[in-house]
Design a protein around this ligand. Sequence first.
Ligand SMILES: Nc1ncnc2c1ncn2[C@@H]1O[C@H](COP(=O)(O)OP(=O)(O)OP(=O)(O)O)[C@@H](O)[C@H]1O
Length: 286
Amino acid sequence: MTTTAPSAAASTAPGAAVLAVDGVQIYNHLQDTVTVESISFEVRPGRALGIVGESGSGKTITCRALLGILPELFEVSEGTITLAGRDTATLSRSEWTALRGTTISAVFQDPASYLNPSIPVGKQLAEILRVKKGQPRRAAKQNTIELLEKVRIHDPEYVYFQYPFELSGGMLQRVLIAAAVACEPQVLIADEATTALDVTVQAEILDLLTDLKDSLGLALIVVSHDLAVVAELCDEVLVMREGQVVEQGPTERVLYEPSHEYTRLLLDEHHRFGLERFLRKPEETA
Ligand SMILES: Nc1ncnc2c1ncn2[C@@H]1O[C@H](COP(=O)(O)OP(=O)(O)OP(=O)(O)O)[C@@H](O)[C@H]1O
């Protein structure tokens, strides 16, 4: 892809963690409560971390802290978040704006709500390249078509001119993934990104995320209530309950030898839905 403007992305030493979260507490001043307590993890290029846990356990709020978009009256009250070598507590609003998309990016559930219904999807992607990378109109269009190809959309020249309502949920999520990786971020957060999709499309999107992680060297954070999704994608997993991390470690270890009662409970629920099909036995991965 042609780059015409200098990247606003911060830099990371080769092999170093691109994102390091150390003892972070997130406080809710609205209710005077701690929403997330003492969470720590790191992600490196080409690696994936899964965050699982029941509804309301603090997964999305954690991601919002990583993206610098906490809701009003929530704050990171303890600990540090280091993104591409920078302590995010020191970032100004405009520095955050420059880093979002170029260094850290995200895809959420319900892709249609992130797109303007009255503008063709290709034009919306091209606009990101024009604004964030300063690309001229023609280059932005060409690079958008390449991006659509990268997220495995067939006939990208045609899809470029389609409106969101003309695309399926899976196609829209591909467009949103294309938007998220348009400016070559180092970290991609996928927060329940496949939850609303049917099983076949979900598998395709998971496959695409794995491919992008490997080919672009993305550090991937996958948030899901579905252990099967995390089992398929992630090297490490972090289990949250009521704002606390109850267990974390390599995916195989946590899923095969859970040490916490809550993780065992989650696993029991999933075994009924066939988690086994995603799991490789430890001896198979050795
Ligand atoms: N915008 C907000 N305003 C007020 N409270 C919020 C907001 N977003 C989240 N919360 C609260 O913060 C806590 C953690 O919510 P969070 O969305 O992080 O949970 P989650 O684990 O992502 O759940 P889910 O799987 O349902 O998305 C919950 O008690 C929730 O009610």
